[in-house]
Design a protein around this ligand. Structure first.
Ligand code: HEC
Ligand code: HEC
Length: 294
C-alpha cells in the first residue's frame, strides 16, 4: 500500500510534459491533459509516490494514496486504461458518472457501490460538457498500467457536502467574466474543500467558505493525532485571510508553495501541479479569491 509521506516542505511534484496544453487552441486530449495535470491534480491522489513522497511519473494515475478516516478507508484506484485493474473496460458514460456523481458502474469491482466522498464529485459536477469529454479523451490516451489497489471499507454511508457554485452550475457564456471563470477553476480544483470551515466531517461552504482551519494528517493512511498542516484562511479578510497580499504573492503561494513570509508551504496542496497553470487561469483564480467574503 502506498502512503504519502508529508514532508516538512512543499513537495516538488513531477508533471508529465504536455501538461501545459493551450486551452483555447489545443485538441480535447490536450485540454484534458491540462485539466488533469494542473488545476484538477488527479495525480495528487491517483499517482503512486516514491519514498521521498514524489509522484512516480512513469506510473502516473495507476493508483495512489490510501486514506484512513473515521468514515472510510479507501485507496485512490488505478484510472489508467488497463482493462483488468484500471478503467479500460468502462464506457465514457460510466467514467463521467464516477466523476460527476461519484458512482461506480454496475459491473466489475464493487459494482454499483458509491465512491467514498474523498473523490470530489460534488465539485466535479460543475464540469462543462466539453471539459468532461476532454478529461475522458485524455484518460483514454494515457499508458495502461497494471496495478490493483485494495478494496475500500465504508464505515458510514457516503455523503458529499453540496458546493453552492457547483450546484448552481456554470455555462460557457458565464466564463467570459474573469471572476466567474476563476470561480469555475476554483470549483473544479476543489480548493474550498480543504480551505473551508470543517467540523466533525462536515464542510460549511456557505458561512465558512474559504475560512480555513481544516487539519490534514502528517501521513495519509494513518489516523495521526498531530496534524501535518492546517489549511489557512484564503478569504479577502485583510489580516486573517489574503486580502492584503499582492497578486504576485498569492500566485506564488499557489504555484510554488511559498508563503507570504517566504516559508515553504506543506502538503497536501498540489503546488507542483498548479505550477503549470496558464497565467490567464492563475489571474482569474486570484480575481475570484478577492471576491470571497472576509
Ligand atoms: C482528493 C483525492 C482525489 C482526487 C483529487 C481525485 N480522486 Fe478519483 N478517487 C479518489 C479515491 C480515494 C477514489 C476511490 C474511492 C473509493 O474506493 O470509494 C477515487 C475514485 C475514482 C474513480 C473510480 C475508479 C474505480 O476503479 O472505482 C475514478 C474514475 C476517478 N477517481 C477519477 C478521478 C479523476 C479523473 C480525477 C481528476 C479529475 C480524480 N479522480 C481526482 C481520490 C481522488
Ligand atoms: C488538499 C487540500 C488543499 C487543496 C485542494 C488546496 N489547498 Fe491551498 N493550502 C492547503 C494547505 C494545507 C495550505 C497551508 C500549508 C502550510 O501551512 O504549510 C494551503 C495554502 C494555500 C495558500 C497560502 C495561504 C497562506 O496563508 O499561506 C493559498 C493562497 C492557497 N492555499 C490557495 C489554494 C487554491 C487557490 C487552491 C485551488 C487551486 C487550493 N489552495 C487548493 C490545502 C489545500
Amino acid at each position: 500500500m502506498l502512503r504519502a509521506s508529508i514532508v516538512g516542505c512543499a513537495l516538488l511534484l513531477g508533471i508529465p510534459s504536455g501538461a501545459k496544453a493551450a486551452e483555447r487552441t489545443g485538441s480535447p486530449t490536450e485540454r484534458g491533459a491540462y485539466l488533469v495535470n494542473t488545476i484538477m491534480a488527479c495525480g495528487n491522489c491517483h499517482t503512486p509516490r516514491d519514498a521521498d513522497g514524489k509522484p512516480v511519473a512513469e506510473r502516473a494515475l495507476s493508483g495512489g494514496l490510501a486514506f484512513n478516516t473515521p468514515a472510510f478507508v479507501a485507496t485512490a484506484p488505478n484510472i489508467t486504461p488497463d482493462k483488468d485493474t484500471g478503467i479500460g473496460s468502462w464506457s465514457d458514460a460510466e467514467i463521467k458518472r464516477a466523476l460527476v456523481q461519484g458512482s461506480r458502474p454496475d459491473h466489475g469491482r464493487l459494482a454499483g457501490v458509491q465512491l467514498a466522498a474523498i473523490m470530489p464529485a460534488n465539485f466535479y459536477k460543475a464540469l462543462l460538457p466539453d471539459d468532461l469529454d476532454a478529461i475522458i479523451a485524455y484518460l483514454r490516451s494515457v499508458k495502461p498500467i497494471r496495478n490493483e489497489v485494495p478494496d475500500p471499507v465504508y464505515k458510514v454511508p457516503v455523503k458529499r457536502d453540496p458546493y453552492p457554485d457547483a450546484d448552481a452550475g456554470f455555462s460557457k457564456a458565464m466564463l467570459a467574466d474573469p471572476v466567474r471563470r476563476g470561480a469555475y477553476l476554483v470549483t473544479i480544483g476543489h480548493c474550498m474543500e480543504c480551505h473551508s470551515a470543517w467540523s466533525r466531517g462536515v464542510s460549511d461552504f456557505k458561512a465558512g467558505l474559504g475560512r480555513g482551519g481544516r487539519a490534514f494528517p502528517l501521513r495519509e493512511g494513518t489516523p495521526d493525532a498531530a496534524p501535518g498542516s492546517i489549511a489557512p484562511n484564503i478569504t479577502s479578510h485583510p489580516t486573517a485571510g489574503i486580502g492584503a497580499w499582492t497578486d504576485a504573492e498569492i500566485s506564488r503561494a499557489i504555484t510554488q508553495g511559498v508563503g507570504r513570509d517566504g516559508r515553504m508551504l506543506k502538503a497536501p496542496m498540489a503546488y507542483g501541479y498548479y505550477a503549470a497553470l496558464e497565467a490567464a487561469d492563475l489571474a482569474d483564480i486570484v480575481a475570484y479569491l478577492r471576491t470571497v467574503p472576509p
